[in-house]
Design a protein around this ligand. Structure first.
Ligand code: ADP
Ligand code: MG
Length: 480
């Protein structure tokens, strides 16, 4: 008779191994919070923190879970979910059959919880400090209507943050993502997504009081309140918000101890009352060490979702989306060129696009690849343009008229093998990537294969005239 705890512990080991060390964060986010509950007739029941959590597991890890459970419990092993609702649990569980996966979900249905009514009488105030009769105020949410969820392009770099954001907007304060911490480097969409979640929340729950505030604004307001001796009003004002978005909390690092303390009290009050809190930061929680420790520990209560650098397909999608939004047409090769060459962040991507459009309309020039090259050279010089492996693949494949995917495939067709080897050769020569990374980009090859490719190309380059001219041509294109 196997013990459910042991079974699950074994499952966790397998899952962790399968995800690999590079996905340790994924493991911590999605598997560590799971609690095994029982094992009966080959059915292992696990408890997950929310409906969203369950859906995410089903969408992203179903195969892994299936394989793992079968390894542990044999071919008839099944998995059953028990979903913990965050508040007001109705004790009668409902069981849903999931024919697709042959598993079941037990859902503890929440009692219907009436939304908290926001104070309202039609008055708008921009300055949150004029608060006579707090009960009756309508607050300017400071949300920017241009930053919607609909025009926030999804890619693997942001899909966790975006889905968690959507879950929060549907069910503010009632998911386990409270607070929801969005973190990621500059220009990767934190502010956009935070506004978008706020806007979606307003759409779905018009009665809720949503407020967006930057950490800098908050600090200034607090300092002002101290000066005017009305810090109580200040704190009270924030405590009546249903949904608070605080942008760029890293701004408080090393300063504003009292501001942080005030926020700590506000945070506690809101959290206790199931009000939603979203915080953004350009650092991961672990790197926010200079923040007040108590506040820092609160940030770890919810979900920290990372916004990464978009891959080239996402960059293209973002460019298309911006162009469509502005009703501007641009040749596809120009879009490709920008997407391949600007790989730092979305803000720079947008900046390049806007400069190009401005250049062309000011000088009445057509938007061509040449204009794009001139402009991007100027634009990117400041952070020294870096040739990427993706770009090398693209140039090599275009040169031989091959689809870019062919490099990734395992085919041994001569022309493709050659293109793959050339890509590896140039990646070694023109980027700082390791042999292992280059191999990973070129169809999952190991470093020995990459090394071999580099030698082969170098040899042919010396001995074969035709080959030599290819290498020359491609290198010119790459350095252009
Ligand atoms: P951050 O706050 O992380 O520094 P922003 O939210 O200000 O970044 O984003 C910078 C710019 O990039 C904004 O104009 C935003 O609209 C745009 N942007 C970022 N991510 C996306 C995305 N996934 N889809 C569309 N636009 C995006
Ligand atoms: Mg921002």
């Amino acid at each position: 008779m196997q013990n459910y705890k042991t079974v699950w512990a074994n499952c966790l080991k397998i899952i962790k191994d399968n995800l690999g060390p590079e996905n340790i964060q994924v493991f911590r986010t999605w598997f560590e919070p799971i609690v095994p509950i029982q094992l009966e007739n080959n059915v292992l029941t696990i408890r997950v923190p929310s409906q969203f959590f369950y859906e995410w597991l089903e969408e992203h890890f179903i195969d892994l879970l299936k394989r793992t459970i079968r390894l542990q419990l044999g071919p008839n092993g099944m998995l059953k979910y028990s979903i913990l609702m965050d508040t007001s649990i109705d004790e009668t569980p409902i069981t849903t059959d999931l024919p697709s996966s042959g598993r079941q979900a037990t859902v503890n249905r929440p009692k219907s919880v009436p939304l908290r009514m926001a104070p309202e009488d039609g008055r708008e105030i921009a300055n949150p400090f004029i608060i006579p009769g707090i009960q009756k105020l309508k607050i300017n949410s400071q949300l920017n209507g241009n930053y919607t969820l609909e025009n926030f392009v999804e890619g693997s770099c942001n899909s966790l943050a975006r889905s968690a954001g959507y879950a929060v907007a549907k069910n503010p304060g009632r998911t386990s993502f409270n607070p929801l911490l969005l973190h990621g480097g500059v220009g990767l969409g934190k502010t956009h997504l935070a506004h978008a979640i706020g806007i979606k929340t307003k759409e779905l729950h018009p009665d809720m009081t949503v407020l967006y505030v930057t950490s800098e604004q908050f600090l200034q307001q607090y300092v002002e309140a101290v000066k005017n001796k009305n810090t109580n009003d200040f704190i009270h004002f924030y405590q009546i918000i249903d949904f608070l978005i605080l942008d760029d909390i890293q701004f408080w690092a090393n300063k504003g101890i009292h501001t942080q303390e005030a926020f700590f009290h506000i945070f506690n009050h809101l959290h206790q009352n199931n009000c939603q809190i979203i915080i953004t930061s350009d650092k991961a929680p672990a790197e926010l060490g200079t923040l007040e420790p108590r506040l820092l520990s609160r940030l770890k209560w919810g979900l920290a979702a990372d916004l990464g650098t978009p891959d080239v397909e996402t960059r293209k999608a973002i460019l298309h989306q911006k162009l469509a939004n502005d009703g501007i047409e641009m040749p596809e090769d120009v879009i490709d060129y920008i997407a391949y060459n600007i790989n730092t962040n979305v803000r720079e991507l947008e900046g390049a696009l806007v400069s190009l459009i401005a250049q062309s309309s000011l000088n009445h020039r057509q938007i061509t690849i040449d204009l794009a090259k001139q402009m991007i050279d100027k634009f990117v010089k400041s952070n020294t343009r870096e040739i990427t492996i993706d770009y090398i693949q693209k140039v090599v494949c275009d040169y031989f008229n091959l689809p870019v995917e062919s490099i990734q495939s395992s085919t041994r067709k001569r022309e493709i093998v050659q293109a793959r080897q050339l890509t590896m050769y140039f990646a070694k020569k023109l980027t700082t990537s390791s042999l292992a990374i280059i191999g990973l980009h070129c169809g999952n090859k190991d470093h020995a294969t990459v090394l071999h490719a580099c030698k082969t190309v170098a040899n042919l380059n010396e001995t074969d005239k035709q080959f030599h001219s290819w290498v020359d041509d491609i290198e010119k294109k790459l350095r252009d």
